[in-house]
Design a binder for this molecule. Structure first.
Ligand code: HEC
Ligand code: HEC
Length: 297
């Protein structure tokens, strides 16, 4: 065997071994996460009113409603343009065929915390389960209880318009092995840290992504190619230099910056459907976290 062929074989074997170890790690972490969360949900009961609030924290309505065409709430069809193509949010109303009305509690927990569908296939990270994975068992259960009360709508969203090979769902297993940490933890006791890094998923837009769409560890450091190709500003403590806590609270409530400008782009939806609907205490907690030393990547 030629030396170059032998070297290629050795490199391929090493690459496969590395890949196998990543897949095994993903498998173990997924299993650990699910065992843990399902056990911790067992003696809880969901509260629909609180669930509606959790949906506001998560911005579910903005993404799962076709806002541009006046679609019914949560009936899906909202287009999400990304460098990989256009994703369409599915119908998550309580309709038993077009929506998720037939889902069990554990179907829902598994989808949100590890990004796996009831048929075992993997979800695209356009659905930010990468952030929702840290949701508390109570928040997930409340959310499910509220979703069960949402008016059923019988329409289905268009299929995603994305390029090969990512159009093949099984490639997501690789993506997850490389970039998804199901057992990631945040300090639940720190409300601002929990909201920012979990439900309100600020990093999904405000952090950069590599060419495969994996999120940078330099969290909230800005993203040159955000949704719809627009740049998303950096919002780490250093970038927020002269923002006061009151500036941040006002911005998250009504979208006015300290310079007197109105927020544009996707931040408008975030404010209208998420941060603007939160309690003043929660906006205060987000502001405290963003303006703390913890927000320095
Ligand atoms: C940024 C947009 C976005 C946000 C925000 C979002 N989703 Fe989604 N969601 C999607 C997309 C896109 C998919 C489809 C993913 C796929 O096809 O793999 C999806 C899929 C789902 C599914 C699976 C549906 C099915 O039929 O298999 C559920 C359940 C779901 N989302 C619930 C939620 C909930 C609950 C929230 C709020 C906590 C939420 N989503 C927030 C974009 C979003
Ligand atoms: C769906 C994508 C998206 C999400 C999620 C998102 N943002 Fe934004 N954000 C943007 C965009 C885009 C802008 C730029 C708006 C503009 O051009 O006016 C922005 C602007 C901002 C600004 C203004 C920064 C400046 O220097 O002017 C702040 C502060 C901010 N976002 C905070 C947050 C926080 C806190 C969260 C989580 C609660 C969040 N954003 C979630 C897209 C997003």
């Amino acid at each position: 065997m030629k030396a170059s062929v032998r070297a290629a074989c050795v490199l391929t074997a090493i690459a496969l071994a590395v890949l196998a170890s990543y897949l095994t790690t993903l498998n173990i972490r997924t299993h650990t996460k699910l065992t843990d969360i399902i056990k911790n949900t067992q003696h809880l009961t969901g509260d629909a009113n609180r669930g509606e609030y959790v949906a506001n924290m998560g911005g579910c309505i903005a993404c799962h409603t076709d806002l541009e065409n006046g679609g019914k709430p949560l009936a899906g069809g909202g287009a999400l343009e990304t460098p990989f193509g256009t994703f369409y949010s599915p119908n998550i109303t309580s309709d038993t065929t077009a929506g998720i009305g037939s889902w069990t509690e554990s179907d829902f927990i598994i989808a949100l915390s590890v990004g796996i569908a009831p048929n075992g296939s993997h979800y695209y990270p356009a659905f930010p389960y990468t952030s929702y994975s840290v949701l508390t068992p109570q928040d997930i259960l409340d959310l499910k209880t509220w979703l069960d009360t949402v008016q059923p709508v019988e329409s289905s969203a268009p299929t995603h318009d994305i390029a090969w090979p990512i159009s093949i769902r099984s490639t997501l297993l690789l993506w997850k092995a490389l970039f998804f940490e199901p057992t990631r933890e945040v300090d639940i006791g720190n409300r601002g840290e929990y909201l920012v890094n979990g439900p309100t998923h600020c990093a999904e837009c405000h952090s950069s992504r590599n060419w495969l769409g994996g999120l940078s560890k330099r969290t909230l450091s800005g993203n040159k190619r955000g949704p719809e190709g627009h740049a998303v500003p950096a919002i780490t403590l250093a970038d927020l230099g002269d923002w006061t806590k009151e500036d941040m609270e006002l911005f998250l409530e009504v979208g006015i910056t300290p310079a007197g400008d109105f927020a544009g782009g996707h931040m408008t939806d975030v404010i209208e459907y998420s941060t603007g609907r939160l309690t003043a205490e929660d906006r205060s907690a987000i502001a405290d976290y963003l303006l703390s030393e913890s927000n320095r990547p």
